[in-house]
Design a protein around this ligand. Structure first.
Ligand code: ADP
Ligand code: ASP
Ligand code: MG
Length: 401
């Protein structure tokens, strides 16, 4: 008997009519003779609402308590869905992350799954239950509730599929599959029938929120086939994320990631170890840095610019200002409201003209680039957020339309 893991996102479980559709998808798999594990998100915008309510108390909530609060949304969905399945004549049981348990590290708000105790789930499956699991949540070794980062229910689903050695993981969502760009921004997007883990990981990490990037990492590590498909379209063929890229596309996608800020350290002494010292201070304070650019350093001083998420901006500036003398910087500048726009495709680095085409699309639309980074598989530029959608459309049009 095969185990199938199905995951349904927030919009797929938003109300009772949609839960009925979800139940149909689950029952269809069950009736085929499979053992079914279902992972669900909080209903609709519940998680956003909880965060808004939290802001009525404080802008800087205690991280542990934040996780206790935001993990509650998923618990409501599992109970409702399980009740519905029972009403329809099926055996079903709901489980929270800590009942299973799904053990994570202790990094609140951004926990990583360490291991999953399969036995609880397996016992319920073997007694013919449909097991409904709360996504996005786990528990650390000291019994503290943790969450896996926004969009983390995808990661719960793929991690469960890996741990239970499921045949596949189906991610049901509000679009038909993975497209060459966000269908909410670009009109003429193409659906990818297949995409490799490598490309998908890059697309998710660069802002394509259709899949949480860590779920792709886990899928790749444990070779779990991931199907992304629509909850609402009966005939949805979806997209298969697996080892192979069967599409003959040079460019697999254009993405954007918002809420980025750039910090520039001006006049840093041009001495060995200065850059290391700066980034050591940041990492000691658990600040994640993304794009880094350093000026040539041909003179007595050099400038270093790097990006952090807007959420981390205040903390980063505070840490830098506290250490200004130690760093020996003349000035610390920052720019807010930037977006990273990226073009992704296997072997992009070896395809002449991709960078030029991207820069041309931006130039034709009068969009200024604040920073550029490249890798084997992507080129990213930083632009003002109010230009980001236009940039995505222009680049998509140049390469894919
Ligand atoms: P769920 O609630 O089901 O987890 P999400 O909102 O997290 O759904 O992810 C689905 C959304 O991802 C889509 O509605 C779409 O707007 C967005 N998206 C961004 N980039 C892409 C892409 N390349 N392909 C498909 N969807 C994308
Ligand atoms: N409910 C969580 C969120 O909104 C997790 C998820 O939907 O995947 O981020
Ligand atoms: Mg999601």
């Amino acid at each position: 008997m095969s185990i199938i893991v199905q995951k349904f996102g927030g919009s797929s479980v938003a109300n009772i009519e949609r839960l009925e559709l979800v139940a149909d998808h689950i029952i269809r798999e069950k009736e085929k003779g499979n053992q079914v594990v279902v992972v669900v998100s909080a209903q609709g915008k519940t998680t956003d609402k909880l965060i808004t309510e939290e802001k009525e108390i404080t802008d800087e909530p205690d991280k542990r308590e934040h996780d206790v609060l935001v993990s509650t949304g998923e618990q409501i969905t599992i109970a409702k869905l399980s009740m519905l399945l029972i009403k329809k004549g099926y055996k079903s049981v709901s489980l929270t992350g800590w009942q299973i348990p799904i053990i994570t590290n202790s990094e609140y708000n951004n926990g990583r799954i360490r291991y999953i105790h399969n036995k609880t789930i397996e016992d319920y499956l073997n007694s013919d239950n449909i097991v409904v699991v709360a996504g996005f949540q786990g528990v650390d070794e000291n019994g503290n509730i943790t969450t896996l980062g926004r969009g983390g229910s995808d990661t719960t689903a793929v991690a469960l599929a890996a741990s239970l050695k499921a045949e596949r993981c189906d991610i049901y969502t509000d679009v038909d599959g993975v497209f060459t760009s966000d269908p909410r921004i670009v009109k003429n997007v193409k659906q990818l029938s297949n995409v490799s883990y490598e490309e998908m990981l890059e697309m998710s990490s660069m802002g394509a929120k259709v899949l949480h990037n860590r779920c792709v990492e886990i899928g790749q590590k444990y070779n779990v086939p991931i199907y992304v498909k629509s909850t609402f379209e009966k005939e949805s063929v979806g997209t298969l994320v697996s080892k192979n890229n069967l599409e003959d596309l040079v460019i697999s996608g254009v993405t954007k990631d918002d809420y980025i800020s750039r910090i520039t350290i001006v006049g840093l002494e041009n001495k060995i170890g200065k850059t290391y010292e700066l980034f050591k201070i940041l990492s000691n304070n658990r600040i994640n840095v993304d794009v880094i650019v350093q000026s040539f350093g041909e003179y007595i001083t050099k400038d270093i610019a790097f990006t952090v998420k807007m959420n981390d901006l205040n903390k980063t500036l505070q840490v830098l200002n506290e250490n200004k003398d130690k760093i020996g910087a003349k000035d610390i500048l920052h720019t807010e409201n930037l977006s990273k726009v990226s073009i992704i495709g296997v072997g992009i680095a070896n395809k002449p003209g991709v960078a030029t085409g991207m820069f041309e699309a931006l130039y034709e639309n009068n969009i200024n680039m604040h920073m550029i980074t490249t890798s084997e598989i992507k080129i990213s530029v930083l632009v003002n957020s109010n230009m980001a959608d236009l940039a995505v459309k222009a680049i998509h049009e140049k390469f894919i339309d």
